[in-house]
Design a protein around this ligand. Structure first.
Ligand code: SAH
Ligand code: DHB
Ligand code: MG
Length: 221
């Protein structure tokens, strides 16, 4: 099969379900202009995150990996007016770019970015007894995904939805001997997710603009 059909169908879904939006377009432009990595979720994946967050009726969202705030904008839009999104980002430069984009989308009042290694920020949230989150999106560096998930569980309650991006990586997670640290980290996370009795979970394979990949979806029992 010609793979271009996947991209064309992705564009078709985009045209149908994701209205043209100045804040999102500007965010994409900020990535090009500043030369930061072009690894945000796609428009159609962003819309799916928005839907999943809405379905979970989230009022508190935690995001691990902010980049330019593209997924952050989709997720924050799923929140009610009094909702809060906390996003964790290692790079001050990314956080600064994201803050501008989030303000441009009129969402600054709902979003707080914590700058530093996500593992440390998660530990800090746990130790300060942060209110649990209803929806958690894991999308930062891949090797510690399992660690992020274990910490995320400590910030969850029954019903919390946990979504993790990039859990298929064009099938590289199948290679148990892989030297690819990202794929190995994801494979460890996928196994842990499957074996964690506190959650019901599975993986949705995705194709399209972002090639062959997938998102893990879990709900805390
Ligand atoms: N969720 C974003 C994309 C995130 S890309 C979107 O879809 O729009 C991954 C981000 O994780 C990058 O900005 C990177 O700087 C950040 N990151 C990498 N290692 C990290 C770490 N140890 N702690 C926190 N963030 C990290
Ligand atoms: C990469 C990371 C991502 O979060 C993503 O969505 C795509 C690619 C990467 O590190 O290559
Ligand atoms: Mg990703």
């Amino acid at each position: 099969m010609n793979d271009s059909v996947f991209t064309e169908v992705d564009q078709y879904i985009h045209r149908l379900f994701v209205p043209d939006d100045e804040a999102l377009n500007k965010t994409m432009l900020s990535i090009k202009e500043t030369g930061i990595p072009s690894i945000s979720v796609s428009f159609t994946q962003g819309k799916m995150l928005f839907l999943l967050a809405k379905m979970s009726r989230a009022t508190r969202i935690l995001e691990v990996g902010t980049l330019a705030g593209f997924s952050t904008i989709f997720l924050a839009r799923a929140l009610p007016d009094n909702g809060e999104l906390v996003s964790l980002e290692l790079e001050q430069k990314h956080a600064d770019i994201a803050s501008k984009n989030i303000a441009g989308a009129g969402l600054a009042h709902k979003v707080k970015i914590l700058v530093g290694p996500a593992g440390d920020s998660l530990d800090q949230l746990i130790s300060e007894g942060a209110q649990p989150f209803d929806f958690i999106f894991i999308d930062a560096d891949k090797p510690p995904y399992a660690e992020y998930f274990e910490k995320a569980l400590k910030l969850s309650v029954s019903g919390t939805v946990i979504v993790a991006d990039n859990v298929v990586r064009e099938g590289r997670i199948l290679d148990t001997e892989t030297k690819d640290e990202d794929a190995a980290g994801i494979a460890r996370f996928n196994k842990l997710l499957a074996e964690t009795p506190e959650v019901d979970a599975s993986i949705l394979q995705t194709v399209g603009e972002k090639m062959h990949d997938g998102i893990a979806i879990a709900i805390v029992k």
